[in-house]
Design a binder for this molecule. Structure first.
Ligand SMILES: *Cc1c(COP(=O)(O)O)cnc(C)c1O
Length: 499
């Protein structure tokens, strides 16, 4: 299987090349030229496999330039019990007759980004070997909070790589920030940007397409790549868990083979929900993909009107990992929905860059609206949802998952659809404990307490264990204190790399 760029510059690229490059030279994203699918029988067989077995079965369709042993090797190194604390890796939790929660946060950094970033370094190191790469790879990352830590952790001390993470200095939770600035490892750096996630992501994309910078790096034997979901190697491991959720429901007798499911995905950069779309394209029986946003509801509007308009106030919310106005991976969906029309996509992306908005044709709009349903949850509704889910089910969810559940409720009210549904739970409640504790115990009881006192309070009162990765974070040494303007990210990278 080969890959091509959404803006038309390249075709016939192997998956190893696509993963190594991260982004195409003209700023387009790599997508598979064709997609192979699984038969229902093959999907049924996944039920008898472990998560690792399921991952091999799915991945080999997309990275067929890797041998089966190489894929097994990547999977076995990424998805271990030691790192994920459980053999299921991505277990499902039955909330009620209609809804299961897919817990994607058992990895070392307590958010779903680990599902891909524990795997990407292994895919990348092999890709370098397979393509005869001799340069060292510099991974540049823009993060709304969770990707940064997951990339630092995934790439720490991985030979032949360096990783530099840019996070919005005052746009992440305290736990998220501490996770990044205390990161150990010989090859890692974290830099706060005075700006929001979109500023950081634009800065990183500018660096990737700056030819004089790549030339300067080349002289030093260095090359850039990306660990954001613009890299296909980040997306492909995420396809697996949608199949895995389906397989688990088959196994538990929740579902008959062939029966359709809805997936609800709390969405920011559109990576996670796009992985669900690719799972469906591969034959997974899906009824509707429900795209859940917070107050930064640019995607909700896009799905209902066909106009993507980022000209609006950026809002800081209690679900900060979704505080995004430019959802990069929507570009891949548009490419798929227009039958791989790179001219149209390049035009829309250019409009987005120059005017901050674009409008798709009505055929594309209708095709998207048939498959996707968009909704959003405001701050008050998100908190209320955490409270209600705890009261009704004795189950603690984080703010992002709460956005998903609230939007699902709105979906049911609006459509009456009672198809069985899986909600992607994207972070551990401990990671956003301030809002979670406030929602469950009330403002009065949490007032004046530090995030770390709140961790203990949540653990004690709700009877759940503080994840290993978050324990004693406040006692760790701060190792990264760089801060820069969003306009000087290039200089920062040059300094860090000693160029
Ligand atoms: C990254 C993130 C999201 C958004 O995922 P996308 O793939 O960017 O749409 C949602 N929730 C949490 C907790 C995240 O870390």
């Amino acid at each position: 299987m080969f890959y091509e760029s959404t803006r038309g510059a390249q075709r016939g690229i192997t998956s190893a090349e696509a993963i190594k490059k991260g982004i195409a030279p003209e700023g387009g994203l790599f997508v598979p030229e064709t997609i192979s699918s699984l038969t229902l029988e093959e999907i049924g067989q996944l039920a008898g496999k472990s998560y690792r077995g399921r991952a091999v079965a799915i991945l080999k369709h997309f990275i067929d330039d890797y041998s089966e042993e190489e894929i097994e090797d990547c999977v076995n190194s990424a998805y271990t019990r030691e790192k994920f604390g459980c053999d299921e890796i991505a277990p499902i939790y039955k909330l009620n007759e209609n809804v299961c929660v897919l817990e994607l946060w058992h990895g070392p950094t307590c958010a779903f980004k680990d599902m891909a970033l524990q795997m990407l370094p292994h895919l990348l190191v092999k890709a370098m070997r397979k393509t005869g790469e001799t340069s060292e790879i510099v991974i540049l990352v823009a993060t709304s909070g969770d990707t940064g830590k997951a990339a630092l952790e995934g790439f720490r001390d991985v030979e032949g790589t360096k990783v530099v993470v840019f996070y919005p200095e005052s746009g992440v939770s305290r736990v998220q920030k501490l996770q990044m600035v205390t990161q150990e490892g010989r090859n890692v750096a974290a830099v706060g940007v005075k700006g929001n996630f979109d500023d950081a992501q634009n800065g990183v994309k500018d660096i990737f397409t700056d030819h004089s910078m790549s030339a300067a790096l080349e002289k030093k034997g260095l090359k850039f790549s990306s660990a954001n979901s613009i890299n296909w190697g980040r997306l492909v491991p995420q396809i697996v868990y949608y199949f895995s959720a389906y397989a688990d429901m088959l196994k538990n007798g929740e579902l008959a083979l062939g029966e359709k499911l809805n997936f609800v995905v709390p969405t920011g950069n559109f990576g996670n929900i796009l992985a669900a779309y690719y799972a469906m394209e591969m034959g997974l029986p899906v009824n509707r993909l429900i795209c859940a946003s917070n107050d930064n509801n640019v995607l909700t509007d896009f799905i209902s009107t066909g106009t993507y308009d980022r000209n609006r106030d950026f809002k800081r919310t209690i679900s900060p990992s979704m505080d995004i106005l430019i959802s990069s991976n929507l570009e891949r969906l548009l490419f798929e929905m227009t039958g791989h029309n790179h001219e149209l996509v390049a035009q829309w992306m250019n409009d987005l860059k120059t005017k901050g908005k674009y409008t798709v044709d009505s055929g594309t709009r209708k095709a998207i609206a048939k498959l996707f349903w968009g909704g959003f949850s405001n701050e008050e509704e998100t908190l209320k949802t955490i409270e209600c889910v705890y009261k009704d089910y004795n189950y603690v969810i984080d703010t992002h998952t709460a956005v998903g559940i609230d939007v699902y409720d709105k979906y049911v009210i609006s459509t009456g659809d009672m198809t069985k549904t899986v909600v992607a739970s994207t972070a551990s409640p401990f990671k956003f404990n301030e809002s979670v504790a406030e929602a469950i115990f009330g403002k009065e009881s949490t007032k004046g307490k530090s995030e770390f006192e709140l961790l203990d309070m949540l653990a004690d009162r709700c009877g759940i264990e503080i994840p290993y990765g978050l324990k004693d974070l406040d006692k760790k040494k701060i190792l990264h204190d760089r801060v820069c303007e969003s306009g000087s990210m290039k200089d920062e990278v040059m300094q860090i790399l000693n160029i």
